[in-house]
Ligand binder design. Structure first.
Ligand code: ADP
Ligand code: MG
Length: 432
């Protein structure tokens, strides 16, 4: 009913070419890693044991995971669409390095809208008389790459008449981003329907072979753009989620892959030996991934956690405190971090958080253009995301790609939050 343009920077932002290449080069490794974690029950159980005792949301997801495993998986095709996010940490000598912020394994967004931003920034540069610079902006089309993954999963499902279902929010704020991916599927003659959890609860059903039907239409692929935060769920929505997970439809992501994207899993991955255990015989991939890790620390109860908590309370500006939440605006910094951690330092509640070294990028000036906001120059920092797409059939990876990038930029006064949270805006990397 109300349409605004998506917020964007006036100018593209400088991104070090070597770090950009590095982020692309490690994406297939991260695809393999996320996929490996999703198949490793022992690892997920062990890693999330302390978290699910205190975090109801993760516990609920985990119980669906266990229920589905007990019943036996009805589908052997898996589709992953993720986005690995990075910032450029500025070292003491001024050299920037690529540091991973997180991997989003569910509802990783803005692949659609960002497929248009290079054209916008190219035009701005031309208007400014910089057509040489405009010609250097890289083409970028994640919406196509994402759609190719969905199309592959649809094909492997093996029913011409089955549809792809986008599972969308009650209030749709980012519909055009999704439409870009959707249109790529229609262009390949794949039918797409858009439904909410509530529709699934009311009209979804499974037949004897666990085929999923919505309103009499068979569903081949469920693509979640919803379901990653507690407020997406009431009792009926949880039941709908369970129905989808039990079904034979390919889920993007399945519940195990969603759990693989939790902050707690990310923190455990940084422990020496963990990556090697998850990906045996892949030393080079392990080294590429580890090179992007910032310091991550467990706050589990015990001596190690006590020490870490004390360290953070003594020097809060060095760290970020993160709960098991997605979508921006949940992390704690500085004085607030100190206060919260002091309050929960001796309680099991602290295990619902992880601690991370704070990345400190070099700010640069830009204009952030946002509907109904005044135009002013801001000191900005950027976050680079690389989209990963993979499809596995049984034991075989049949697709494993980096599918494009996303650059989001925000004013330095905002410690947290992405585009959807109203803080960051869409940008285009200008490689230097
Ligand atoms: P979410 O799942 O809410 O997106 P993130 O881990 O991506 O959680 O954190 C949200 C935002 O907080 C990031 O986009 C980034 O701007 C900021 N942030 C997160 N971790 C760090 C960090 N280690 N150092 C500096 N900023 C961070
Ligand atoms: Mg994030």
């Amino acid at each position: 009913q109300v349409v605004n343009y998506a917020p964007f920077t006036l100018l593209p932002s400088a991104v070090p070419s070597a770090l950009f290449q590095q982020a692309y080069a490690v994406q297939q490794d991260f695809n393999l890693l996320v996929d490996a974690i999703s198949q490793n029950k022992e690892f997920l159980e062990h890693t999330l044991a302390s978290t699910i005792k205190v975090d109801d949301f993760t516990a609920r997801l985990f119980s669906i995971y266990m229920q589905v495993l007990e019943e036996g998986l009805a589908q052997s095709v898996f589709l992953g669409i993720n986005r690995s996010d990075y910032m450029f940490d500025c070292g003491v000598d001024g050299t920037p390095s690529l540091k991973q912020i997180e991997i989003n394994t569910i509802a990783a967004s803005f692949g659609g809208l960002t497929s248009r931003t290079a054209a916008v920034h190219g035009q701005v540069l031309k208007v400014l008389g910089k057509s040489e610079e405009a010609s250097r902006l890289l083409p970028n089309n994640p919406s196509k790459g994402l759609a190719l993954g969905i199309a592959k999963a649809w094909e492997l499902y093996g029913s011409q008449s089955a549809v792809v279902m986008f599972l969308v929010e009650e209030v749709q704020r980012n519909i055009f981003d999704q439409r870009c991916v959707e249109n790529e599927l229609w262009n390949r003659n794949i039918r797409v329907i858009r439904k909410r959890f509530r529709d699934v609860f009311e009209k979804g059903s499974l037949d004897d072979a666990k085929r999923l039907y919505m309103d009499g239409q068979e569903v081949a692929v469920v693509y979640y753009r919803e379901g990653y935060v507690p407020k997406n769920y009431d009792q009926q929505n949880w039941e709908a989620r369970l129905l989808l997970e039990r079904s034979r439809a390919v889920k993007c992501p399945d519940i195990a892959t969603q759990l693989a994207g939790t902050k707690k899993v990310q923190q455990e991955l940084s422990r020496p030996g963990t990556l090697e255990g998850l990906l045996p015989g892949r030393a080079e991939a392990v080294a590429r991934m580890r090179a992007t890790f910032a310091g991550l620390y467990s706050l589990d109860l015990g001596e190690e956690g006590d020490k870490i908590a004390a360290m953070a309370i003594a020097d809060p500006d060095r760290f970020v405190l993160k709960p098991q939440r997605e979508g921006g605006g949940n992390n704690l910094y500085g004085e607030e971090l100190r206060q919260v951690l002091e309050k929960i330092r001796d309680s099991p509640e602290r295990t619902s958080y992880i601690l991370m070294d704070k990345i400190k990028p070099q700010p640069a000036k830009n204009y952030l253009l946002r509907a109904h906001s005044p135009l002013q120059v801001s000191e900005c920092i950027s976050e680079l995301g690389i989209f990963g797409v993979y499809v596995r059939q049984g034991k075989e990876m049949v697709m494993n790609e980096a599918a494009g990038h996303l650059l989001r930029t925000k004013a330095i006064e905002h410690a947290d939050g992405g585009v959807a949270a109203g803080v960051a805006v869409l940008d285009t990397p200008y490689l230097v």
